[in-house]
Design a protein around this ligand. Structure first.
Ligand SMILES: *Cc1c(COP(=O)(O)O)cnc(C)c1O
Length: 468
């Protein structure tokens, strides 16, 4: 029987020879605090008479709990995940993974001082807001460009600068909430602009915009309906018509594109979404999009369009609160340079994943299946494994109704619950996220990066041999 008095003093615990190595590895205060936490927990349990949770030797129990706790905190919370879902831009999985040239540029710029805010030619203070502007101008055809923290920030800044205290006309079909609680009406309110809804959820015409115009109208706003599509009897004002209407009334048009497409994605079988250049060419005054969606770069909000408006945004105090960091600028610059090179599918992982054709995917899937069989056929835990057709998705709010024909493997386990093994794989480092279909596990190969097939085989092996 253990009682409260049997708990050793904090000093005694800290000086125990098994704890000493921890103090060498970590900050002493951190370890002492964790010891206190463990002891408090045990005291509480004893008071509640749950003493059965304690082992014979209280010091061993304390040491074990302490090690587990320190291990759990000291490994941080962010970790690598292998994406077996086939959703290329998975918002829960950090959207776009970055390629080597991008990471090298982050390393290059981040590990030394740099000219973030220095004009090297004049030897005076410069502005961070001009980096990557020329690249964005070249790639989109826009007069001016500005980068902020994310696309939500870009929309907030744009609305604040162009329409605070004034009216903004938006189609009811576009009053959307986009992943992670980005709601157009709420952002509108935050900016101080007054939302004027026109049309209906499924049908909005040019004439609806026309009738809404008055002295107070500052902006026509259009948001890409990123994660849904209204089907059936629908009508939305085309970009061209909105631009013509805007020009007639001298009212600027703002387009929140969400996913910024800078390359021709039609060749990957993705049709019908306007690229950034299309919007600029159509005469849209301001276009905003994310850096980490189809662009395939770091989290960022990119604003391109007429110089007059971009300059106003550059001068606004709100920009200071939304400003972009040097590591992000480095990553974005390197990503944009890959587009300039003309072969983004070679070096930008997201574009590379979209570009993989069905034959390549099938080879990848066969390779994975064979590796698994080679290593795990003898385990007796795999009842069936096969290469299957699978539907992949772009994700990240682009092409919401499109699926990409993909390939994957389907595994049926013997005598193991799918739930249990899926969880086991999620809890490993790296973690593996899979899909399921009834009692079978699906792993899409499109979203697997180079070398991850071997890692998956080892993970499955470890999971299967430790599960009974
Ligand atoms: C994704 C998206 C946003 C939010 O962009 P973040 O970069 O995540 O802040 C805003 N508008 C649209 C249309 C989107 O698709």
């Amino acid at each position: 029987m253990t009682n409260l008095r049997a708990i050793p003093s904090i000093d005694e615990i800290v000086n125990n020879c098994e704890i000493k190595p921890l103090i060498d590895l970590y900050n002493r205060d951190f370890i002492v605090n964790q010891v206190r936490k463990v002891v408090d927990g045990i005291r509480q349990e004893l008071k509640e008479k749950r003493d059965s949770v304690l082992s014979e030797n209280i010091m061993t129990e304390i040491i074990n709990r302490l090690k587990r706790q320190v291990q759990s905190i000291s490994s941080g919370t962010l970790q690598k995940v292998i994406n077996g879902t086939g959703v290329v831009l998975h918002t829960n999985l950090g959207r776009a993974p970055l390629g080597k040239t991008v990471l090298d540029h982050i390393q290059h710029i981040g590990s030394s001082y740099n000219n973030l805010e220095m004009d090297l030619e004049k030897g005076e203070r410069g502005s961070r807001y001009y980096h990557v502007e020329e690249l964005l101008r070249q790639l989109t055809g826009a007069e001016a460009a500005l980068v902020v923290n994310n696309n939500a920030a870009a929309v907030l800044l744009g609305l604040t600068v162009m329409a605070a205290g004034k009216e903004v006309v938006v189609s009811r079909g576009q009053l959307v909430e986009i992943g992670g609680a980005f709601r157009i009406p709420d952002v509108m309110k935050l900016s101080g602009a007054k939302l004027v809804e026109v049309g209906t959820t499924n049908k909005t015409y040019s004439s609806d915009f026309f009738s809404a115009v008055n002295e107070e109208t500052a902006l026509f706003f259009s948001a890409h309906p990123s994660n849904y599509k209204i089907i059936g009897f629908t009508a939305e004002v085309s970009m061209r018509d909105l631009v013509i209407l805007g020009q007639n009334f001298d009212i600027p048009v703002f387009m929140d594109l969400g996913s910024g497409i800078l390359t021709n994605v039609d060749r990957y079988g993705l049709h019908g979404e306007p690229g950034v250049r299309d919007c600029v060419q159509a005469g849209v005054d301001i276009v905003t999009f994310s850096g980490d969606k189809l662009l395939g770069g770091p989290q960022a909000g990119i604003i391109v369009g007429k110089k007059k408006y971009v300059d106003m945004m550059r001068k606004h105090q709100l920009l200071r609160a939304l400003r972009v960091d040097k590591l992000i600028l480095a990553a974005l610059e390197a990503t944009l340079l890959e587009y300039l090179s003309g072969n983004p599918e070679k070096s930008i992982p997201v574009i590379n994943m979209l570009a993989q054709n069905i034959e390549q995917l099938e080879l990848k899937a066969i390779g994975l299946k064979e590796k698994i069989l080679e290593k795990l056929a003898d385990s007796g835990k795999i009842r069936q494994i096969s290469v299957i057709n699978i539907e992949d998705m772009v994700g990240g709010g682009a092409f919401p109704t499109y699926t990409l024909p993909g390939k994957g493997i389907e595994i049926e386990f013997a005598d193991i619950s799918l739930e249990a093994i899926s969880k086991k794989l999620r809890m490993m480092k790296p973690a593996l996220i899979t899909r399921r279909q009834e009692n079978r596990m699906l792993i899409s190969v499109r979203t697997l990066l180079a070398g991850e097939d071997s890692v998956i085989v080892n993970m499955l092996g470890e999971a299967l041999y430790t599960m009974i």
